[in-house]
Design a protein around this ligand. Structure first.
Ligand code: SF4
Length: 326
């Protein structure tokens, strides 16, 4: 059966954007495939960061993932730096990764423009990503469209390594993207994708009141100036959030009420707030339990590390043998 690998940056508490865009899908997939979820702290240090904050954010991310439904008895959750084989394999892959393709990566070009000083780590980020995936022979990677280019590079690296050292054997599989069909969730300012760095997020763990305070003034269809103006649901972020959280009959009702000016945007948001909290309340309850008993988090991570180390050691033993460095 195909193994799934997914990585997430230790950015602290999950927000609605990364929950709907990725994590909710992983929670479902863990029941269909062997699934590894990795908090990629070595990726997070490719740009400037605060070490103390990194520690806190890694912990908060683990708590959020477990609360959101990643079940350590079903899937595997661990922190990247606790399995040192990731960096060993990344170094090895650096020796076969094509420099020109690394330099052409769109994310590298975008991120490097925002940095005063660009590290080699930022350039070779996708090589570490290839190591993350291939260390576990994962053959399916749930990704959004913006990650397909990185995954293509993992495929190139697997092919090149197999050609050099596989001795006619495709030791590393070429991982395939499992495209996540989720709408692009915009921030509540309606300006850009929901992102912590922009500050337009809603955390999964915010209280019902805090979420309503953010939802109430959220941007909607700009053509609905007056309550009597009919709207176009498809252009409205609130409608897309309804599609993510509300039942199909409610989504239909929203579209009808919006396009006929049957209700105002506040009515629409109140319904969304209700359906959203139905999903978030159990997540928040689990988060409370985890906060009260942090050993549940450290035990889950330790079990994940042990499982991953067993696979990673086996992979590296074979890699070293095939490369003549054992
Ligand atoms: S009624 Fe709802 S979907 Fe229509 S513009 Fe207002 S908030 Fe958006």
């Amino acid at each position: 059966m195909s193994r799934i690998f997914s990585g997430i940056q230790p950015s602290g508490e999950l927000h609605l954007g990364n929950y709907l865009g990725a994590v909710r899908n992983w929670v479902r997939l863990q029941h269909q495939h062997p699934t590894i979820v990795c908090i990629v702290d070595y990726h997070a240090i490719t740009v400037q960061y605060d070490p103390e904050q990194l520690r806190v954010r890694r912990r908060d991310m683990a708590l959020s993932l477990l609360a959101a439904g990643i079940d350590p008895n079903v899937g595997t959750l661990f922190v990247q730096s606790t399995v040192p084989e990731h960096t060993e394999l990344a170094w090895i892959f650096n020796t076969v990764a094509p420099l020109g393709e690394l330099e052409r990566q769109t994310q590298f070009k975008e991120k490097s423009q925002r940095q005063e000083s660009v590290s080699a780590g930022l350039l070779t980020y996708p090589v570490l990503q290839a190591a993350d995936i291939l260390l576990y022979h994962a053959d399916l990677v749930p990704v959004g469209e913006d990650q397909v280019q990185h995954l293509e590079l993992s495929r190139v690296i697997a092919r090149r390594w197999n050609a050099h050292f596989g001795a006619g054997d495709d030791y590393f599989p070429e991982p395939k993207p499992l495209l996540t069909h989720t709408p692009r969730i915009m921030g509540l300012d309606g300006q850009a994708k929901m992102s912590k760095s922009i500050g337009n997020t809603v955390s999964l763990l915010e209280s019902s009141e805090q979420i309503w305070e953010k939802l109430r003034p959220a941007v909607t269809d700009p053509k609905r100036v007056k309550r009597t103006d009919p709207g176009t649901p498809e252009v409205c972020n609130i409608y897309h959030l309804h599609k993510a959280f509300s039942a199909p009959a409610t989504v239909e009702h929203v579209a009808e009420q919006c396009s006929t000016a049957g209700w105002g945007c506040l009515d629409c948001k109140r319904v969304l707030h209700g359906t959203m909290m139905e999903e978030l309340v159990p997540i928040q309850a689990r988060a409370k339990v985890l906060s009260a008993k942090p050993s549940l988090i450290s035990d889950a991570l330790a079990a994940g590390t042990e499982k991953c180390k067993t696979i990673a050691r086996e992979t590296m033993k074979t890699v070293r043998e095939k490369m003549g460095i054992a």
